[in-house]
Structures are given as structure tokens and as C-alpha cells.
Ligand binder design. Structure first.
Ligand code: OAD
Length: 236
């Protein structure tokens, strides 16, 4: 592709699916008979904190047993080799982009491997469980919760995301259903800015109509092939 310097990439659960991490909306998105939307909310945490902490403890433990796949590795290669601006905005709360070697990563929905102290606002790195109400390493309060953006809460660093979109020459969406806003709206923001848009997803997403181009198949096939295209010198 020619004339492209700055790229914004949005990733979702589909990019980690082939690493063995369940997507949200697979099999109805149920967890122990609860809809994920009923666990991932501040109201659920207030009502039944043990249920919510157990859910996230389980997921935090699980991601640490998984490894990046060829799609994460390809984006890390793009990050290393791309001279222009590049921002990988991920809705994922796993750390597989980073473990693949990517550095220009923004976690708009938080991270499993951080806790958030609601007493002092510290965000310590956290790999173990939270169910036993451990003390915050900064202030000692037993007020740690997952550092995850729940439904009804504001995603992180939206200003930075919109600033990157305004400078972008290409918007690419990978492995996301297009069901959860504001991320699902980025493709329309990109279109309004006149930026070409590309979807790489297993199947047409809910927003597939808005993309200039859509390629459908597993991320481990589509993403390395697209990265190869981006890094290949233009034919003369
Ligand atoms: P979803 O589970 O909604 O969608 C995953 C998408 O990935 C679907 O469109 C699948 O078709 C696609 N997919 C599955 N396997 C794939 C593969 N091997 N290769 C490529 N695509 C594949 O996940 P998200 O769109 O990430 O929010 O969900 C968005 C947000 O909703 C999440 O970040 C989470 C959730 O509730 C919070 O936790 C705040």
C-alpha cells in the first residue's frame, strides 16, 4: 500500500481466540450461567463482589498460561518495522500484544495484570488473586479491584485514541464484533475523517458495512498476510 504513513489498529477478543482465550460473545457469552454483561459492571461488583472477583481471578490466571499467536507476532513485527506512527488500540485486557513484543499498545478497557486501588488510585501490577482482599502495596487499604473498564464506565485514554485517528491514513479493525461502543464507532469516526478502513475478522462484524474493505478468516492467517503487504516495498 502506498501513501500510508500513520496507522491506527483496533483489536478485540478475536485476535486472542487462537491463543485459547475465549471471546466474549462465543457460546452466548455465558459464564456460570451469568451473562458477561451482568458480571462486568460496577453494580454487579457492589451487589456480589465475590462473584465478580472470582470471575476476574479465573481469567487473570488463565491468560498467564496462554501465549501470543501468529497474529500478535505479526502486529509486533509491524510495530518494530513501521517507520510512521502506529497505535494498536486494544479492547483486550490480556497482555499478548506486549508479550509478542509490541510496544505501541493502548489498553482502552484496562488490563488483567493490573489492580486498581479505589482508596488511593494506585494501579499496581497484579498477577495473583484479589478474592482474599489483599492490601494495596501503596496505601495498605483492602480496596483493590480489577483494573478493567466495566460496562457503564468510561474507557481509558479516549483523547489519545481520537488524536491518533485524526492523524491516521488507515484504520484497521481486527477480531472484534463491533458490538461494544465507543470502539465499535471508530470505523465511522475514521470514515468521517476520510480515512480508508479495513476489517480483518473471522466473519462479517456488526459494523462490516462501514468498512471500505473486509477480509474474513482466522486472524493467524489474515494478519500476517496483511502485515507482509504493508511491509513489502511497492512494486515499480
Ligand atoms: P467479541 O467476543 O464480541 O467478538 C469477537 C470477534 O472476533 C467476533 O466477531 C468473532 O467472529 C471474531 N473472531 C473469533 N475468532 C476469531 C479468529 N480466530 N480470528 C479472527 N476473528 C475471530 O469480542 P470484542 O469485540 O473484543 O469489554 O468485545 C468487545 C468488548 O466487549 C470487550 O472488550 C469486552 C466485552 O464486553 C469489556 O470488558 C469492557
Amino acid at each position: 500500500m502506498t501513501g500510508i504513513r500513520n496507522i491506527v489498529i483496533l483489536t478485540g477478543a478475536g485476535i486472542s481466540a487462537e491463543s485459547g482465550i475465549d471471546t466474549f460473545r462465543a457460546e452466548g457469552g455465558l459464564w456460570e450461567d451469568h451473562r458477561v454483561e451482568d458480571v462486568a459492571t460496577p453494580e454487579a461488583f457492589a451487589r456480589d463482589p465475590d462473584l465478580v472477583l472470582r470471575f476476574y481471578d479465573m481469567r487473570r490466571a488463565a491468560i498467564q498460561t496462554k501465549a501470543p499467536n501468529a497474529a500478535h507476532l505479526a502486529l509486533a513485527r509491524l510495530d518494530r518495522e513501521w517507520d510512521g506512527d502506529l497505535l494498536i488500540v486494544t479492547q483486550n485486557v490480556d497482555d499478548l500484544h506486549e508479550r509478542a513484543g509490541a510496544t505501541r499498545v493502548l489498553h482502552m478497557h484496562g488490563e488483567h495484570l493490573n489492580a486498581w486501588c479505589t482508596a488511593c488510585d494506585a494501579r499496581p501490577r497484579w498477577t495473583g488473586p484479589l478474592i482474599d482482599r489483599p492490601a494495596c502495596p501503596e496505601c495498605g487499604a483492602a480496596a483493590l479491584r480489577p483494573d478493567i473498564v466495566w460496562f457503564g464506565e468510561m474507557p481509558y485514554r479516549m483523547d489519545e485514541i481520537f488524536a491518533a485517528l485524526e492523524e491516521a491514513d488507515l484504520f484497521v479493525s481486527i477480531g472484534t464484533s463491533g458490538a461494544v461502543y465507543p470502539a465499535a464507532g471508530f470505523v465511522r469516526n475514521a470514515r468521517e475523517l476520510g480515512i480508508p478502513t479495513l476489517e480483518l475478522n473471522l466473519e462479517p462484524s456488526q459494523g462490516t458495512y462501514w468498512f471500505d474493505e473486509a477480509r474474513h478468516g482466522p486472524a493467524t492467517g489474515l494478519v500476517p498476510a496483511w502485515v507482509e503487504e504493508m511491509l513489502s516495498p511497492p512494486r515499480t
